[in-house]
Design a protein around this ligand. Sequence first.
Ligand code: ATP
Ligand code: MG
Length: 389
Amino acid sequence: MGFPARLAIPDNVVRIAQKLETAGYETWCVGGAIRDNLLGLENHDFDLTTAAPPEEVRRLFKRTVPVGIEHGTVAVLDRDNRAHEVTTFRRDIRTDGRHAVVEFGVSLTDDLARRDFTINAIAYHPIRHEWRDPFKGAADLARKLIRSVGDANWRFQEDYLRILRALRFSARFDFRIHGGTLEAAKANVQGLSQLSAERVREEWFKGIRTAGRVSKLLTLWIDVGAARIWLPEIGGKRDEGRGKSPVDNLPRDPVLITSFLAGDPASLLTRLKASNKDIERGRVIGQWRDKYPDPKHLPAVRRWLSELGEYADDLLALPSSPVPLSRVVSSIRAAKDPLTLKDLAVTGDDLIAAGVRPGPEVGETLARLLGEVLEDPTRNTRELLLARV
Ligand code: ATP
Ligand code: MG
Protein backbone atom coordinates (compact mmCIF):
# COMPACT_ATOMS: atom_id res chain seq x y z
CA MET A 1 0.00 0.00 0.00
CA GLY A 2 1.47 3.31 -1.01
CA PHE A 3 0.75 6.44 0.97
CA PRO A 4 -1.58 9.11 -0.39
CA ALA A 5 0.21 12.41 -1.01
CA ARG A 6 -2.09 14.10 1.47
CA LEU A 7 -4.55 13.18 4.15
CA ALA A 8 -7.47 15.49 4.92
CA ILE A 9 -6.76 16.57 8.49
CA PRO A 10 -9.43 18.75 10.16
CA ASP A 11 -8.42 22.43 10.43
CA ASN A 12 -8.67 22.42 14.20
CA VAL A 13 -6.15 19.57 14.40
CA VAL A 14 -3.79 21.29 11.97
CA ARG A 15 -4.02 24.47 14.06
CA ILE A 16 -2.97 22.61 17.21
CA ALA A 17 -0.06 20.96 15.40
CA GLN A 18 0.96 24.32 13.88
CA LYS A 19 1.14 25.97 17.27
CA LEU A 20 3.34 23.20 18.69
CA GLU A 21 5.60 23.24 15.63
CA THR A 22 5.93 27.03 15.79
CA ALA A 23 7.01 26.67 19.42
CA GLY A 24 9.73 24.32 18.17
CA TYR A 25 8.15 20.94 18.90
CA GLU A 26 7.87 18.29 16.21
CA THR A 27 4.22 17.09 16.05
CA TRP A 28 2.65 14.20 14.13
CA CYS A 29 -0.77 12.59 13.63
CA VAL A 30 -0.83 8.96 14.80
CA GLY A 31 -3.01 6.05 15.82
CA GLY A 32 -6.40 4.75 14.84
CA ALA A 33 -7.48 7.64 12.62
CA ILE A 34 -4.41 7.29 10.39
CA ARG A 35 -5.04 3.55 10.10
CA ASP A 36 -8.76 4.00 9.38
CA ASN A 37 -8.22 6.69 6.75
CA LEU A 38 -5.64 4.53 4.98
CA LEU A 39 -8.29 1.81 4.92
CA GLY A 40 -10.75 4.27 3.41
CA LEU A 41 -12.86 4.35 6.59
CA GLU A 42 -14.12 7.63 7.96
CA ASN A 43 -12.43 8.73 11.18
CA HIS A 44 -11.75 12.39 12.02
CA ASP A 45 -10.51 11.65 15.53
CA PHE A 46 -6.80 12.22 14.87
CA ASP A 47 -4.49 11.87 17.86
CA LEU A 48 -1.34 13.96 17.95
CA THR A 49 2.04 12.93 19.26
CA THR A 50 4.59 15.63 19.99
CA ALA A 51 8.09 16.34 21.24
CA ALA A 52 6.60 18.95 23.60
CA PRO A 53 6.57 17.84 27.24
CA PRO A 54 3.10 17.73 28.84
CA GLU A 55 3.67 20.94 30.83
CA GLU A 56 4.55 22.76 27.61
CA VAL A 57 1.34 21.54 25.96
CA ARG A 58 -0.62 22.83 28.93
CA ARG A 59 1.20 26.15 28.81
CA LEU A 60 0.75 26.69 25.06
CA PHE A 61 -3.00 26.10 24.97
CA LYS A 62 -5.55 28.01 26.98
CA ARG A 63 -7.95 25.18 27.46
CA THR A 64 -6.58 21.73 28.27
CA VAL A 65 -7.63 18.72 30.32
CA PRO A 66 -4.92 16.50 31.83
CA VAL A 67 -6.67 13.26 30.84
CA GLY A 68 -3.65 11.00 31.28
CA ILE A 69 -0.95 13.36 32.35
CA GLU A 70 1.23 10.66 34.00
CA HIS A 71 1.46 9.02 30.55
CA GLY A 72 1.92 12.36 28.83
CA THR A 73 -1.60 12.76 27.46
CA VAL A 74 -3.28 16.16 27.52
CA ALA A 75 -6.59 16.87 25.82
CA VAL A 76 -6.61 20.21 24.01
CA LEU A 77 -10.04 21.78 23.48
CA ASP A 78 -10.51 23.41 20.09
CA ARG A 79 -12.72 26.41 19.21
CA ASP A 80 -15.70 24.08 18.87
CA ASN A 81 -15.05 22.58 22.31
CA ARG A 82 -13.92 19.31 20.85
CA ALA A 83 -11.11 17.55 22.67
CA HIS A 84 -7.99 16.38 20.83
CA GLU A 85 -5.51 14.11 22.54
CA VAL A 86 -1.95 15.34 22.44
CA THR A 87 0.59 12.86 23.81
CA THR A 88 4.26 13.51 24.37
CA PHE A 89 6.71 11.17 22.58
CA ARG A 90 7.26 8.45 25.14
CA ARG A 91 8.87 5.13 25.81
CA ASP A 92 7.73 2.56 28.38
CA ILE A 93 10.66 1.85 30.65
CA ARG A 94 9.00 -0.50 33.12
CA THR A 95 5.73 -2.45 32.97
CA ASP A 96 4.00 -5.11 35.01
CA GLY A 97 1.53 -6.38 32.43
CA ARG A 98 -0.95 -3.67 33.34
CA HIS A 99 0.70 -0.35 34.08
CA ALA A 100 3.68 1.35 32.49
CA VAL A 101 6.25 3.77 33.84
CA VAL A 102 7.03 6.09 30.98
CA GLU A 103 9.92 8.26 29.92
CA PHE A 104 9.60 11.40 27.80
CA GLY A 105 12.26 13.13 25.73
CA VAL A 106 12.50 10.34 23.17
CA SER A 107 12.14 10.34 19.38
CA LEU A 108 9.09 9.78 17.17
CA THR A 109 10.52 6.38 16.22
CA ASP A 110 10.75 5.40 19.90
CA ASP A 111 7.17 6.53 20.35
CA LEU A 112 5.99 4.45 17.38
CA ALA A 113 7.94 1.47 18.73
CA ARG A 114 5.93 1.39 21.96
CA ARG A 115 2.63 1.13 20.05
CA ASP A 116 0.86 -2.20 19.92
CA PHE A 117 0.49 -3.22 16.27
CA THR A 118 2.21 -2.16 13.08
CA ILE A 119 -1.05 -0.83 11.61
CA ASN A 120 -1.37 1.45 14.68
CA ALA A 121 2.22 2.71 14.44
CA ILE A 122 2.09 4.89 11.33
CA ALA A 123 2.64 8.66 11.59
CA TYR A 124 1.68 11.48 9.23
CA HIS A 125 2.94 15.04 9.46
CA PRO A 126 -0.11 17.29 9.11
CA ILE A 127 1.89 20.27 7.81
CA ARG A 128 4.80 18.77 5.86
CA HIS A 129 2.63 15.86 4.62
CA GLU A 130 5.38 13.35 5.34
CA TRP A 131 4.89 9.74 6.39
CA ARG A 132 6.80 7.64 8.94
CA ASP A 133 6.21 3.92 8.98
CA PRO A 134 9.27 2.23 10.49
CA PHE A 135 7.43 -1.04 11.20
CA LYS A 136 5.83 -1.43 7.76
CA GLY A 137 2.28 -0.95 8.95
CA ALA A 138 1.11 0.08 5.48
CA ALA A 139 2.27 -3.25 4.05
CA ASP A 140 0.36 -5.06 6.82
CA LEU A 141 -2.74 -3.00 6.04
CA ALA A 142 -2.44 -4.12 2.42
CA ARG A 143 -1.95 -7.75 3.49
CA LYS A 144 -4.73 -7.49 6.07
CA LEU A 145 -2.49 -8.48 8.96
CA ILE A 146 -2.43 -7.74 12.68
CA ARG A 147 1.20 -7.95 13.75
CA SER A 148 2.88 -6.85 16.97
CA VAL A 149 5.48 -4.12 16.81
CA GLY A 150 8.66 -5.96 17.77
CA ASP A 151 8.68 -9.23 19.73
CA ALA A 152 5.08 -10.29 20.25
CA ASN A 153 5.78 -12.29 23.43
CA TRP A 154 7.48 -9.37 25.06
CA ARG A 155 4.86 -6.88 23.89
CA PHE A 156 1.99 -8.95 25.30
CA GLN A 157 3.83 -9.41 28.59
CA GLU A 158 4.23 -5.65 28.85
CA ASP A 159 0.48 -5.20 28.58
CA TYR A 160 -1.81 -8.21 28.35
CA LEU A 161 -4.69 -6.06 27.17
CA ARG A 162 -2.95 -6.02 23.78
CA ILE A 163 -4.02 -9.65 23.31
CA LEU A 164 -7.67 -8.59 23.46
CA ARG A 165 -6.96 -5.57 21.24
CA ALA A 166 -5.48 -7.89 18.61
CA LEU A 167 -8.69 -9.94 18.63
CA ARG A 168 -10.83 -6.81 18.42
CA PHE A 169 -8.94 -5.36 15.44
CA SER A 170 -8.88 -8.74 13.69
CA ALA A 171 -12.67 -9.08 13.98
CA ARG A 172 -13.30 -5.43 13.14
CA PHE A 173 -11.33 -5.34 9.89
CA ASP A 174 -11.50 -9.06 9.12
CA PHE A 175 -7.69 -9.18 9.25
CA ARG A 176 -5.65 -12.26 9.99
CA ILE A 177 -3.44 -12.25 13.07
CA HIS A 178 0.16 -12.87 12.01
CA GLY A 179 1.46 -16.35 12.91
CA GLY A 180 4.00 -15.29 15.53
CA THR A 181 1.62 -12.77 17.05
CA LEU A 182 -1.20 -15.31 17.32
CA GLU A 183 1.11 -17.89 18.82
CA ALA A 184 2.34 -15.38 21.40
CA ALA A 185 -1.25 -14.37 22.20
CA LYS A 186 -2.09 -18.01 22.96
CA ALA A 187 1.10 -18.59 24.92
CA ASN A 188 0.49 -15.54 27.14
CA VAL A 189 -3.24 -15.80 27.52
CA GLN A 190 -3.03 -16.67 31.22
CA GLY A 191 -1.74 -13.13 31.80
CA LEU A 192 -5.23 -11.85 31.01
CA SER A 193 -6.28 -12.91 34.50
CA GLN A 194 -4.17 -10.03 35.88
CA LEU A 195 -6.22 -7.40 34.07
CA SER A 196 -8.95 -5.45 35.78
CA ALA A 197 -12.50 -6.54 34.98
CA GLU A 198 -13.32 -3.03 33.77
CA ARG A 199 -10.64 -3.02 31.08
CA VAL A 200 -11.63 -6.49 29.91
CA ARG A 201 -15.31 -5.52 29.83
CA GLU A 202 -14.54 -2.42 27.79
CA GLU A 203 -12.57 -4.45 25.27
CA TRP A 204 -15.23 -7.17 25.01
CA PHE A 205 -18.06 -4.66 24.65
CA LYS A 206 -16.14 -2.51 22.17
CA GLY A 207 -15.27 -5.65 20.24
CA ILE A 208 -18.95 -6.59 20.01
CA ARG A 209 -19.87 -3.11 18.83
CA THR A 210 -17.20 -2.90 16.15
CA ALA A 211 -16.75 -6.46 14.85
CA GLY A 212 -17.58 -7.17 11.23
CA ARG A 213 -19.21 -10.35 12.50
CA VAL A 214 -19.58 -10.99 16.23
CA SER A 215 -19.19 -14.74 15.57
CA LYS A 216 -15.65 -14.07 14.34
CA LEU A 217 -14.78 -12.14 17.50
CA LEU A 218 -16.21 -14.94 19.62
CA THR A 219 -14.29 -17.62 17.73
CA LEU A 220 -11.07 -15.66 18.31
CA TRP A 221 -11.74 -15.27 22.04
CA ILE A 222 -12.39 -19.01 22.27
CA ASP A 223 -9.44 -20.11 20.11
CA VAL A 224 -6.93 -17.91 21.87
CA GLY A 225 -8.21 -18.97 25.29
CA ALA A 226 -9.45 -15.57 26.46
CA ALA A 227 -13.04 -16.82 26.74
CA ARG A 228 -11.94 -19.65 29.05
CA ILE A 229 -10.52 -17.09 31.45
CA TRP A 230 -13.01 -14.24 31.35
CA LEU A 231 -16.16 -15.69 29.74
CA PRO A 232 -16.31 -19.30 30.95
CA GLU A 233 -20.12 -19.22 30.82
CA ILE A 234 -19.78 -19.09 27.02
CA GLY A 235 -18.02 -22.44 26.65
CA GLY A 236 -19.36 -24.32 23.66
CA LYS A 237 -21.16 -21.68 21.63
CA ARG A 238 -18.60 -21.76 18.91
CA ASP A 239 -19.29 -21.22 15.26
CA GLU A 240 -17.18 -23.15 12.83
CA GLY A 241 -16.74 -21.94 9.28
CA ARG A 242 -17.46 -18.58 7.79
CA GLY A 243 -21.24 -18.76 7.57
CA LYS A 244 -23.54 -16.38 9.38
CA SER A 245 -24.44 -17.58 12.83
CA PRO A 246 -27.49 -16.53 14.89
CA VAL A 247 -25.43 -14.15 17.01
CA ASP A 248 -24.61 -12.14 13.88
CA ASN A 249 -28.27 -11.25 13.45
CA LEU A 250 -28.70 -9.74 16.91
CA PRO A 251 -28.69 -5.97 17.48
CA ARG A 252 -25.18 -4.75 18.40
CA ASP A 253 -25.97 -4.45 22.04
CA PRO A 254 -23.12 -5.88 24.14
CA VAL A 255 -25.27 -6.81 27.14
CA LEU A 256 -27.91 -8.47 24.97
CA ILE A 257 -25.31 -10.39 22.95
CA THR A 258 -23.35 -11.45 26.04
CA SER A 259 -26.57 -12.62 27.68
CA PHE A 260 -27.54 -14.56 24.57
CA LEU A 261 -24.17 -16.33 24.48
CA ALA A 262 -23.72 -17.11 28.18
CA GLY A 263 -25.17 -20.05 30.03
CA ASP A 264 -25.46 -17.90 33.14
CA PRO A 265 -25.44 -14.27 31.97
CA ALA A 266 -25.72 -12.71 35.44
CA SER A 267 -22.65 -14.53 36.68
CA LEU A 268 -20.64 -13.51 33.61
CA LEU A 269 -21.74 -9.86 33.84
CA THR A 270 -20.95 -9.86 37.55
CA ARG A 271 -17.41 -11.08 36.83
CA LEU A 272 -17.01 -8.28 34.28
CA LYS A 273 -18.19 -5.80 36.94
CA ALA A 274 -21.04 -4.62 34.73
CA SER A 275 -23.55 -2.19 36.26
CA ASN A 276 -26.28 -3.58 38.50
CA LYS A 277 -28.78 -2.64 35.83
CA ASP A 278 -26.92 -4.64 33.17
CA ILE A 279 -26.53 -7.62 35.50
CA GLU A 280 -30.27 -7.56 36.21
CA ARG A 281 -30.98 -7.37 32.49
CA GLY A 282 -28.75 -10.40 31.89
CA ARG A 283 -30.50 -12.27 34.70
CA VAL A 284 -33.93 -11.63 33.19
CA ILE A 285 -32.78 -12.67 29.71
CA GLY A 286 -31.26 -15.87 31.10
CA GLN A 287 -34.37 -16.66 33.09
CA TRP A 288 -36.91 -16.11 30.32
CA ARG A 289 -35.19 -17.08 27.08
CA ASP A 290 -36.82 -20.50 26.93
CA LYS A 291 -40.15 -19.56 28.45
CA TYR A 292 -42.06 -17.71 25.74
CA PRO A 293 -45.85 -17.42 25.86
CA ASP A 294 -48.02 -19.01 23.18
CA PRO A 295 -48.56 -16.16 20.68
CA LYS A 296 -52.08 -17.43 20.02
CA HIS A 297 -53.06 -16.93 23.65
CA LEU A 298 -53.45 -13.17 24.12
CA PRO A 299 -53.87 -13.15 27.92
CA ALA A 300 -50.65 -15.16 28.25
CA VAL A 301 -48.81 -12.68 26.02
CA ARG A 302 -50.18 -9.77 28.09
CA ARG A 303 -49.11 -11.44 31.34
CA TRP A 304 -45.68 -12.03 29.86
CA LEU A 305 -45.39 -8.37 28.81
CA SER A 306 -46.58 -7.27 32.22
CA GLU A 307 -44.02 -9.42 34.00
CA LEU A 308 -41.08 -8.56 31.74
CA GLY A 309 -41.64 -4.83 31.44
CA GLU A 310 -38.73 -3.13 29.68
CA TYR A 311 -36.99 -6.46 29.04
CA ALA A 312 -39.67 -7.84 26.70
CA ASP A 313 -37.92 -6.33 23.68
CA ASP A 314 -34.68 -8.10 24.58
CA LEU A 315 -36.49 -11.44 24.58
CA LEU A 316 -38.25 -10.59 21.34
CA ALA A 317 -34.84 -9.87 19.75
CA LEU A 318 -33.51 -13.38 20.46
CA PRO A 319 -33.67 -16.05 17.76
CA SER A 320 -35.60 -18.33 20.15
CA SER A 321 -38.56 -15.91 20.12
CA PRO A 322 -41.56 -17.47 18.31
CA VAL A 323 -41.95 -15.68 14.98
CA PRO A 324 -45.58 -14.47 15.39
CA LEU A 325 -44.95 -13.16 18.91
CA SER A 326 -43.57 -9.76 17.94
CA ARG A 327 -46.58 -9.08 15.73
CA VAL A 328 -48.94 -9.98 18.57
CA VAL A 329 -46.96 -7.77 20.96
CA SER A 330 -47.18 -4.87 18.52
CA SER A 331 -50.94 -5.21 18.32
CA ILE A 332 -51.26 -5.32 22.13
CA ARG A 333 -49.11 -2.22 22.41
CA ALA A 334 -51.01 -0.44 19.64
CA ALA A 335 -54.28 -1.18 21.45
CA LYS A 336 -52.71 0.34 24.60
CA ASP A 337 -53.93 -2.61 26.65
CA PRO A 338 -53.26 -2.05 30.37
CA LEU A 339 -50.15 -3.98 31.43
CA THR A 340 -49.03 -2.49 34.74
CA LEU A 341 -50.56 -1.44 38.05
CA LYS A 342 -50.12 2.13 36.86
CA ASP A 343 -52.44 1.44 33.91
CA LEU A 344 -55.31 0.30 36.14
CA ALA A 345 -58.42 2.49 36.15
CA VAL A 346 -58.29 2.53 39.97
CA THR A 347 -55.56 3.50 42.45
CA GLY A 348 -54.75 2.30 45.94
CA ASP A 349 -56.51 5.35 47.33
CA ASP A 350 -59.66 4.43 45.40
CA LEU A 351 -59.56 0.99 47.01
CA ILE A 352 -59.15 2.45 50.51
CA ALA A 353 -62.04 4.82 49.88
CA ALA A 354 -64.05 1.77 48.83
CA GLY A 355 -63.31 0.08 52.16
CA VAL A 356 -60.11 -1.93 51.63
CA ARG A 357 -57.99 -1.88 54.80
CA PRO A 358 -54.83 0.24 54.33
CA GLY A 359 -51.73 -1.97 54.28
CA PRO A 360 -50.67 -5.05 52.32
CA GLU A 361 -54.24 -5.82 51.33
CA VAL A 362 -54.23 -2.82 49.00
CA GLY A 363 -51.31 -4.12 46.97
CA GLU A 364 -52.72 -7.63 46.88
CA THR A 365 -56.06 -6.36 45.63
CA LEU A 366 -54.44 -4.22 42.93
CA ALA A 367 -52.40 -7.22 41.78
CA ARG A 368 -55.53 -9.37 41.60
CA LEU A 369 -57.35 -6.68 39.60
CA LEU A 370 -54.39 -6.40 37.21
CA GLY A 371 -54.56 -10.18 36.71
CA GLU A 372 -58.20 -9.88 35.70
CA VAL A 373 -57.51 -6.94 33.39
CA LEU A 374 -54.66 -8.81 31.69
CA GLU A 375 -57.14 -11.60 31.05
CA ASP A 376 -59.66 -9.14 29.55
CA PRO A 377 -58.66 -5.48 29.05
CA THR A 378 -62.28 -4.37 28.64
CA ARG A 379 -62.64 -4.88 32.41
CA ASN A 380 -60.38 -1.92 33.05
CA THR A 381 -63.02 0.63 34.05
CA ARG A 382 -63.46 2.23 37.43
CA GLU A 383 -66.97 0.89 37.89
CA LEU A 384 -66.19 -2.71 36.97
CA LEU A 385 -63.04 -2.82 39.06
CA LEU A 386 -64.59 -1.25 42.16
CA ALA A 387 -67.48 -3.66 41.81
CA ARG A 388 -64.96 -6.53 42.05
CA VAL A 389 -63.52 -5.25 45.34
P1 ATP B 1 -9.96 2.71 18.17
O1 ATP B 1 -9.98 4.01 18.91
O2 ATP B 1 -10.62 2.73 16.87
O3 ATP B 1 -10.36 1.56 19.02
P2 ATP B 1 -7.17 3.13 18.18
O4 ATP B 1 -6.06 2.46 17.44
O5 ATP B 1 -7.35 4.60 17.98
O6 ATP B 1 -8.47 2.35 17.81
P3 ATP B 1 -6.86 3.79 20.95
O7 ATP B 1 -7.13 2.93 22.13
O8 ATP B 1 -7.68 5.00 20.71
O9 ATP B 1 -6.96 2.80 19.69
O10 ATP B 1 -5.33 4.16 21.02
C1 ATP B 1 -4.71 5.08 20.13
C2 ATP B 1 -3.32 4.55 19.75
O11 ATP B 1 -2.53 4.38 20.93
C3 ATP B 1 -3.33 3.20 19.08
O12 ATP B 1 -3.53 3.32 17.69
C4 ATP B 1 -1.97 2.67 19.42
O13 ATP B 1 -1.00 3.24 18.59
C5 ATP B 1 -1.74 3.20 20.81
N1 ATP B 1 -2.19 2.25 21.85
C6 ATP B 1 -3.40 2.22 22.47
N2 ATP B 1 -3.47 1.26 23.41
C7 ATP B 1 -2.26 0.66 23.40
C8 ATP B 1 -1.67 -0.41 24.14
N3 ATP B 1 -2.36 -1.06 25.07
N4 ATP B 1 -0.39 -0.73 23.86
C9 ATP B 1 0.32 -0.07 22.93
N5 ATP B 1 -0.16 0.94 22.20
C10 ATP B 1 -1.44 1.30 22.41
MG1 MG C 1 -8.78 5.84 19.05
